[in-house]
Design a binder for this molecule. Sequence first.
Ligand SMILES: Nc1ncnc2c1ncn2[C@@H]1O[C@H](COP(=O)(O)OP(=O)(O)O)[C@@H](O)[C@H]1O
Ligand SMILES: [Mg+2]
Length: 290
Amino acid sequence: MGIMTRDCQGWCSLQLKKAMKKQNIAPVCFGYRHIIGRIKYAPEVSVENADVLKDLKAVITRPIARGSIEEIMFRMNLLHKLERSGMLIINPPLSIERAVDKYYSLTLLDENNIPVPRTAVTESHDEALKCFKELGEDVVLKPVFGSRGIGATRISDPEVAIRVFRTISFYHGVLYQQEFIPHGSSDIRAFVIGDKVIASMQRFSPTWKTNVSCGAKPVSLNLSTELQKLAVKAAKIIGCKIAGVDLMEGPKGPVVLEINSQPGWSGLQSVTKVNIADEIISYILSELKA
Ligand SMILES: Nc1ncnc2c1ncn2[C@@H]1O[C@H](COP(=O)(O)OP(=O)(O)O)[C@@H](O)[C@H]1O
Ligand SMILES: [Mg+2]
C-alpha cells in the first residue's frame, strides 16, 4: 500500500504506517517530487525503487498540497492514470477535484438536496456587491480553493466589502461569499469511512472560525443518526470514500459546510477511542477484497 504525501513523517502518515504494519502490509510512503510517469517505456509509474503499478495494490492520498497549476494538474492526472490502470485510489481523484473546489462541491450537494448555506460566486466586484446585499450584508468571503480557515473573512460593513471585493478582483480572484450562519462558535466534524461515520466531534472556538487550526477545541460527540445519514450521503455525492464532513447547526436546521477529501484526524483522535488509522486500513483491505 502506498501513501502519497508531502510529508512522510507527518503525524497522519506515521499513524497509517503503524496501522499497516499491524496488518503485515509493507507501507511505501512517497512524496510527489519522487514520482516519474513514463509513456511508451516501462515502468509507467515509478517512485524511488518501486514500480508503482506492479508493487502496489492501493494508494492513500494525503494532502495534494500547494503548488503551481502544472504541479497540481500533474499530480491529479497521475492519480487518474493509476486509477485507469486498475489501482485502488483512496480518495478517488475525481472526488478530490470536486471536494477541493468550494463552488463545484456546493453545487453538487445542493443539486442532491443536501442543506447548504446560501452562497454567491462571481468574478466581478460590482456583481459581488449586489450579492453581498442579497445575502443580508453579513457574509463569509472565502477562497474557492482553501482550507484550515485560511483567508476566510467575515464581512458585515458595505464599505469594507467594496474595498475587499475590488482588491480581490484586481488580482483576478473569484469572489465566493456565503451568508453568515450564526452557529454559536461551534461546529461538527463527522469522519466518514465508506458507509459509516466512525467518529465525530464538536469543535468549540474562541472566534467564529471553528477550524482546529484556528484554535478550536475538539470535544467528543455522539452524533445523531439523522446527522450521520446526512454526512454519509454528502460524502457519497462528492465520491469520497474517506471524508471529513463539516456540519453546522444553524437557526433553520443543520447545514453541510464542506467535505474535506484529505482530512487530518489528530484533533479527532484525541477525543475518540476508535483508532482512525486502523479503520482506514481495514476499510481499504475490505475494498481490495470486494
Ligand atoms: N457561512 C458561514 N457561516 C458561519 N461560519 C462559517 C461559514 N463558512 C465558514 N465558516 C467558519 O469558517 C471556517 C472555515 O470555513 P470553511 O468553509 O470550512 O473553509 P476551510 O476550507 O478554510 O476550512 C468554518 O469551519 C466555520 O467555522
Ligand atoms: Mg473547513
